[in-house]
Ligand binder design. Structure first.
Ligand SMILES: Cc1c2[nH]c(c1CCC(=O)O)Cc1[nH]c(c(CCC(=O)O)c1C)Cc1[nH]c(c(CCC(=O)O)c1C)Cc1[nH]c(c(C)c1CCC(=O)O)C2
Length: 351
């Protein structure tokens, strides 16, 4: 296939069109964490792989679990199966995932963080990049392939605290006690993210999403310094290598700061959590596409809560550039039939 015909196939992908600012009816749809424990076939492959990281670093099995939700539901996008914490793992801060707890790392100090070498990530993450190539080769041509990484602030919260936290107090304390030292950690993660995302584009990703799941823990100044500015540098750095690279930002829980985020970073689309009022979301559509924002618990509950929730989001946002998604990841207790119903409702099909 020559470059031009490949370009034509790509631009037909519906999520790519939405990222380019087009209004589509019905809107394209995918779900964060769409490959995961709510699917029996995921649990089977996961058991075969061994640990969660063994699955992430096995290109064939990572490809298999990426495709599982596409086979079942025909989502408009597949998202690479991996985790945001493979980056610290690659940088030399080993990560393990403990059942019922989540990720565990040996907390890193800011002196050690300043010595991290971001140039090792693409080599260390070769199996993940191999998975990107395998997935692209196996996907239907109309399906968009999304790569991703964690935003520097969110990845730093796990590196500094050594595990998840609900308010990020340990990392906020460190960031405000030694802001210059914390900047150096963020700088290393900006560089690692640029290299890693560029490599994902080179292996066939159509677009990438940057997850800033804990951005809502920052105050206005902190948000500007450790969320907005790093993201602006990532967008510019990736586009310097991949001109026109399409990028989705997902700063969760930041409310009114979303406006500043989209203006300053130049993202093609912004992900919205379910707390974002839809009238406010419509205003953002003047600057970029929006993605979201059904409460995942409406999907768990099903019935009228699901129907009215989908209708409300599609009615409000469907008249501008829009990608239907949840406001955060799908949870393991989600009934599979509710996901089928959600997709049908978004597509205006009767169930
Ligand atoms: C903060 C964060 C992490 N990982 C991620 C984020 C940002 C998005 C968000 O806020 O949810 C991102 C992520 N994690 C995973 C993906 C795969 C792609 C997808 O389907 O969206 C993506 C995009 C797989 C995963 N990542 C994880 C699982 C579950 C592990 C398992 O199968 O045992 C999956 C499918 C583990 C994980 N990984 C992480 C935590 C806190 C946990 C434990 C919590 C949990 O178990 O759900 C870190």
């Amino acid at each position: 296939m020559d470059y031009r015909s490949q370009e034509n196939t790509r631009t037909e992908r519906r999520i790519v069109q939405a990222l380019d600012g087009k209004t589509l009816s019905p809107p394209p749809v995918w779900m964060m964490r769409q490959a995961g424990r709510y699917l029996a076939e995921y649990k089977a492959t996961r058991a075969e792989a061994g640990s969660f990281l063994d699955l992430c670093y096995n290109p064939e099995l990572a490809c298999e679990v990426t495709l599982q939700p596409i086979r079942r539901y025909g989502f408009d996008a597949a998202i690479l199966f991996s985790d945001i914490l493979v980056v610290p793992d690659a940088l030399g801060q080993p990560v393990r995932f403990e059942e019922g707890i989540g990720p565990i790392l040996e907390p890193i100090g800011l002196d050690a963080a300043a010595k991290l070498d971001p140039s090792v990530v693409t080599e260390k993450l070769a199996p993940v990049l191999d998975a990107v190539g395998l997935i692209r080769a196996s996907l239907p041509s109309e399906t968009t392939l999304l790569g991703f990484c964690g935003a520097p602030w969110t990845v730093a919260t796990y590196m500094v605290a050594g595990r998840g936290s609900s308010d990020q107090a340990p990392t906020r304390r460190v960031a405000f006690s030694d802001s210059a030292g914390f900047d150096r950690l963020i700088d290393r993660l900006v560089e690692a993210s640029i290299r890693y995302l560029v490599a994902q584009f080179e292996r066939g990703a159509d677009a990438v999403q940057v997850f800033d799941s804990w951005a809502g823990a920052l105050d206005e100044e902190g948000f500007e310094r450790w969320a907005v500015d790093p993201m602006r540098r990532i967008v510019a750095g990736v586009r310097a290598e991949i001109p026109g690279a399409r990028i989705i930002g997902f700063p969760k829980g930041v409310g009114m700061f979303l406006e500043r985020y989209v203006d300053a970073t130049g993202v093609n689309a912004v992900g919205l959590d379910w707390s974002v009022p839809l009238d406010f979301a419509k205003r953002l559509q003047k600057t970029c596409a929006v993605q979201g924002n059904l409460d995942p618990m409406r999907l768990v509950a099903g019935g009228e809560a699901l129907k009215s929730g989908v209708r409300r989001v599609v009615d409000a946002l469907g008249s501008g550039p829009f990608i239907f998604n949840l406001g955060h990841g799908v949870t393991p207790d989600t009934p599979v039939e509710n996901v089928a119903e959600m997709v049908a409702l978004v597509r205006g099909e009767t169930v």
